[in-house]
Ligand binder design. Structure first.
Ligand SMILES: CC(C)(COP(=O)(O)OP(=O)(O)OC[C@H]1O[C@@H](n2cnc3c(N)ncnc32)[C@H](O)[C@@H]1OP(=O)(O)O)[C@@H](O)C(=O)NCCC(=O)NCCS
Length: 328
């Protein structure tokens, strides 16, 4: 028995918000944003377009690529920090909208590492039980709803989007996921978080007046922690599979900031041409970003059978994750 990624899909909303547009909203400049982050523009979902709607469009594209019908799907997970509602799960909304009547549905909360955490869940559920054969992993975010559009430190960084990976058990013994390294450090819960709206600080007039329903971040500290955590996690995932960084066809990092990507690549001694970058077009789409990158790469003919691809992510929690794939 093997496990294979049989379909990938992604969706980014139509509306483009450029750095020039942001110049009219906060005290910033295209030059500052471009040089500090590499981001030129990001996508913003329409008011009536929810996280589950973005997820559905990505999922439908993945199902179409794989030739899998909704009824065949056994499990759906959605990784997100911008769920349609606190509960029920966004995965249940997706189930209803795509008509996946036979699926078990739940959300995964690991911030920007969510898609790779979900892949580990999928890999183990598929391997561990004969009940599950087809698994839809989704990362979807409408970050524009939790970004403080008055805070120039954060609002320039994020965008909306979704991606979906469809995994299937196969009859051969080809393993698509060669190794996974996951990690978390709850000592840093307060450097990247959304303070209000949970049980620790329910919504009140005061929380709204103090703008506590928006994402807060210590950017400089996150930057350093992100680079260290991703590099160390990549080394562990490579070592577990006895693969060297020089054997990789691609490094696909979570698209947070071009400077973070470059620092990780340099420390792994990966040539920049083998590091996939699209943060310039979408900004940081959190749990969706790696899947959007993979979808672009696959449809753009950049991934070939046998390629070794290392995915790596970092996010609030703190959480980090690396997944080594052999494309098959
Ligand atoms: C946020 C980030 C881009 C800031 O870049 P930086 O080089 O670290 O910049 P600094 O924090 O040193 O800030 C430099 C100055 O620019 C200012 N600044 C911040 N945002 C600005 C903006 N959008 N436009 C203009 N100036 C800005 C700051 O106020 C600061 O001014 P000061 O020196 O007068 O206080 C960078 O730290 C980063 O990307 N961190 C990681 C964020 C991330 O990826 N988070 C998600 C992880 S999943």
């Amino acid at each position: 028995m093997g496990i294979r990624i049989v379909g990938i899909g992604s969706y980014t909303p139509e509306r483009v918000l450029t750095n020039k547009d942001l110049e009219k909203m906060v005290d910033t400049s295209d030059e500052w944003i471009s040089t500090r982050t590499g981001i030129k523009e990001r996508r913003i979902a329409a008011d009536n377009e929810f996280t589950s709607d973005l997820a559905v469009k990505a999922a439908q594209r993945a199902m179409e690529m794989a030739g899998v019908s909704p009824e065949e799907i056994d499990v759906i997970t959605v990784a997100s920090i911008t769920n349609d509602r606190v509960f029920p799960s966004t995965a249940c909304f997706v189930q209803k909208k795509i008509g996946a009547a036979n699926a078990v549905c739940f959300d995964v909360q690991a911030a920007c590492s969510g898609l790779l955490y979900s892949l580990e869940v999928a890999n183990n559920m598929l391997k561990g039980s004969s009940k599950y054969k087809t698994f839809l992993v989704i990362g979807a975010e409408k970050l524009s709803t939790i970004v403080d559009w008055q805070d120039r430190n954060t609002c320039v960084l994020f965008g909306d989007g979704a991606s979906a990976l469809l995994l299937k058990k196969t009859d051969d013994d080809k393993e698509c996921i060669l190794s996974t390294n996951l990690g978390s450090d709850g000592n840093y819960t307060d450097i990247l978080h959304l303070p209000a709206g949970g049980s620790a600080m329910p919504a009140s007039h005061e929380t709204i007046d103090q703008r506590l329903h928006y994402l807060k971040m210590g950017g400089r500290e996150v930057f350093k922690l992100a680079v260290n955590a991703m590099v160390s996690s990549c080394h562990k995932a490579l070592a577990e599979a006895n693969v060297k960084a020089s054997d990789l066809a691609w490094l696909v990092p979570h698209q947070a900031n071009l400077r973070i990507l470059q620092a990780v690549a340099e420390r792994l001694e990966m040539p920049v041409d083998n590091v996939y970058v699209n943060v310039n077009k979408y900004g940081n789409t959190s749990a969706a970003s790696i899947g959007i990158a993979l979808d672009e790469m696959l449809r753009g003919g950049k991934i070939h059978k046998g390629d070794l691809i290392l995915l790596t992510a970092f996010g609030g929690g703190l959480t980090w994750a690396s997944t080594l794939l052999r494309w098959c």
